[in-house]
Write a new protein. Sequence first.
Length: 622
Amino acid sequence: MLLKTIAAVVSSATVALKKPHEGKGLTSMVLGLLRPYRGWLLIVFAAMLIEIAMSLAAPWPLKLVLDDALGRHRMPDWLAWAHDYGFGQHTAGVALFAGIATLLIAVVGAVAAYIDNYYTTSVGQWVANDLRVQIYTHLHRLSLRYYDNAKTGTLMSTITSDVSTIQDFASSATLDILVDLITILFMLGLMFYLDWDFTLIAVALVPFLLVFLFHFKKAVKEVTRTVRARQSEIVAVVQQGIGSVRAVKAFGRQDLEIAHLESASHATVEAALKARKIKSLMSPTVNIVVAICTGIVLWRGTSLIVAGALTAGALTVYLAYLAKFFKPVKDLASMTSTIAQTTVALERIQTILSADDVINDPVDGVDPGRVKGAISFDKVAFGYDDVPILREVSFEIEPGQVVGLVGPTGSGKSTVLSLLPRFYEASSGRVLIDGLDVSSYRLATLRSQVGFVLQETVLFRGTIRENIAYGCPGATEEQIIAAAKVANAHDFISAMPHGYDSMVGERGDTLSGGQRQRIGIARAVVRNSPIMILDEPTAALDTESEHLVIDALRRLMKGRTVVMIAHRLSTIANADKIVVLKDGVVVEQGSNDALLALGGVYAELHRIQYDTSNQASAKAVS
């Protein structure tokens, strides 16, 4: 019940959402995040209730002094029991009791506040941890189709800034809002108990204040959403500029990238100032309402004291309660901005978590062990956002065959390779391995059967040893070294100052292109998959590096089924089969000699490439 109440309060800012079901989704998200920590939340809630009690009790010692110590010179009837504990029925005794009571109230309130702060901070930290892991895990479950349109900067901003916003809210305001509401109710109850008609006068302007806050909340939420969007743009611009710093320097476009950042930053400043302009109206409005209510209480209270209908102590309690009553109201008002920021953060996080472009394991997924490597594409179709890329692609690959994929740019070669390990799901048709649809395999099993050497090997920050063993974490030292030797990488690794323990910079920029490719081949050798995908692994290499890489690839391909994208047709001249794609359709397939004799698309690509190559060689000689 407590969790549902908290979630309802936390998600109260979702009332203004356009789609009704989204508010329910955010409430469910909050409940899910808080549920593991319900024990801590109960402790926090109990501590806050004690804080409320102490806050309500705080003005009463002063009332004792004014009405009983100075007025009647004895304890009130409801504190007659204090006489038995050494507090006399006289001014000094009542004053002593009031002083000790003030100290006890402060100590108990301080202990409760410490417990409250400690556990709310703990809840906030762990909620942020869980949320970060949940988002990151979900991102890794999404298919590559999601990343075709997603902005990396926006995703980074969500994982960092938005999660921090929720952490701050959970640490400082998860239960504060609920406690403020309870405090208001209890204070109103006590004030009505003391004098109900006087209380009505004291809080007469509160409904108008609440109406203002409701409309204020909607405005703050809109400007907050704009600010968060602009901040994400800054992250995106910085991420792109830093990630492409070599190209920026190579083309001398530092000024352009700085201008991009300035533009995004100026837009953020303008949005933030607009938000601040709206938020700045809140505090003065609340202060004016407090001043009006206080003035009414002083004017009316003085009249009642003169008439004997109210004591000075009771008026003091009223004034104290009035200040305390408006404090949670003011806190709730100031939290309007916090709630808006948290709601926007939750919306952005939910946008990621609700993305359903997830490739799931089948319920009864097959785990066949090591496959033989027979591959079949049976009338496979695929498209991006309703734009067709592949149309009824069909071809067969026998175990152990080397097959080349060629075709003009945009013909769908990379898409074909991405469908094999289920990076994407085919729109129709079937992709088979050993006669079984890839959608029937467990994802982990399927992808363990496929090794990759891409056009540009991605290396991670860490040692060379860790990078080689990336796809096979349990690889032994002997396996890593053997794989490096197969990949023609052992010699240059051994020549490095720390050998296999040498650190690789971010994206492997401390190594040459040929060295990165050979580490990529070593990684594939260690993985020892029966199916190998090669996506033009020598395209960006110089002649010497290409020779070493090709030699390593020949050893890697032995005994495996290999599917290779080739732009340099010489690299697939000896392939068992060549599949030619054009406009998403298989237009030709066969051996190199057969396709040349056919005089079709492949022969034309071959003629263009070799004519261009011969012309370049002639110019170089001349």
